[in-house]
Ligand binder design. Sequence first.
Ligand SMILES: *Cc1c(COP(=O)(O)O)cnc(C)c1O
Length: 378
Amino acid sequence: MATTPVDPRVLEAMWPYFTAHFGNPASRTHAYGWSAAEAVDRARAQVASLIRATPREIVLTSGATEANNLAIKGVAEANRDRGDHLVTCVTEHRAVLDVFAALERRGFRVTRLPVDSAGSVDLERLEEALAEEPVLLSLMAANNEIGTLQPLEEIGRLVAASGVIWHCDAAQAAGKVPVDVAGLPIDLLSMSAHKLYGPKGQGALFVRRRKPPLRLTPLIEGGGQERGLRSGTLNVPGIVGLGEACRLGGEEMSTDSARIGALRDDLESRLLDGLDGQVRRNGDPRRRLPGALSVSFTGIHGSDLLLALRDLAVSAGSACSSGTGEPSHVLKAIGCDDVTAAATLRFGIGRFNTAGDIDYAARRTVHEARRLSAPSVA
Ligand SMILES: *Cc1c(COP(=O)(O)O)cnc(C)c1O
């Protein structure tokens, strides 16, 4: 999903930290500072607990984009004496791929692993790449366009055997499906509050405490906050919101994912049944985020369908974020041609959607797709 609304319970938790408790957690000499510092400590523990990390392993950032930049640039630069070979995958988010492109311009060598038609990373190619002893592997937990969950257990076995530093972009997965850094050899993991019903502009990077310590060059220098890894006055309300969003995500994960998964399955079967042979599902049906649905239509212009459905919060299969209208790199990687990619819609189903919403989305989509594919009378 591209984003989520803030859960009212998250907003409730954040509210006092704009007004009554406005202190700077770095001010250790008065009660205002202490109460802000306590709130940050509590939130840090809530973030850590969601992924089974310890609070000291959490670096608070402005979002997953910054967390990805810190992890990838920070490791690449601090470990340049170990080599210049870095590995990632073709279906990563732009906030990973563009960081690697920037490092390539600075002289690093980047291997981009392919995926199969369901969007799962090619494990044989991963094994081959790891045999070359790269410094860093960046491989995500769940894809933001098609919802495919990467096989983290299998990847973990290959990573553990190789000793590579593994960064995992879990912006989509955290709070939706179990993500467990205690059970996987993940060294760095990115999260974003606004993907789990928290505020925009707040995220976190898990940095594993290990011996010898992971070497990481900070992106932002200054007052030395976050153990020198991310300077700048902390966004206390945002951090409290991230913490509460993580707490709720952990507590409600199993009930939410069962309910949301059932809504998604209902929408999917209504589209497949209502548009017989004209619609195809993308991603891995067995291993997918519960709220993700990506479908491609045949015989319909994607831009016409998107325009007809502008009352629904669907996204197209083009890279709308860059505003170029270029076909999505993820759909291309799973084998979609440009026409099919343009006629692809992404539905995000979340905590606040109801059966009524699904019914409306299914009826509207089937109606418009039938209308747009009917032979023109002119
Ligand atoms: C949204 C998203 C990001 C970027 O997160 P921000 O907090 O918006 O910077 C990175 N990676 C993935 C997989 C995402 O879905």
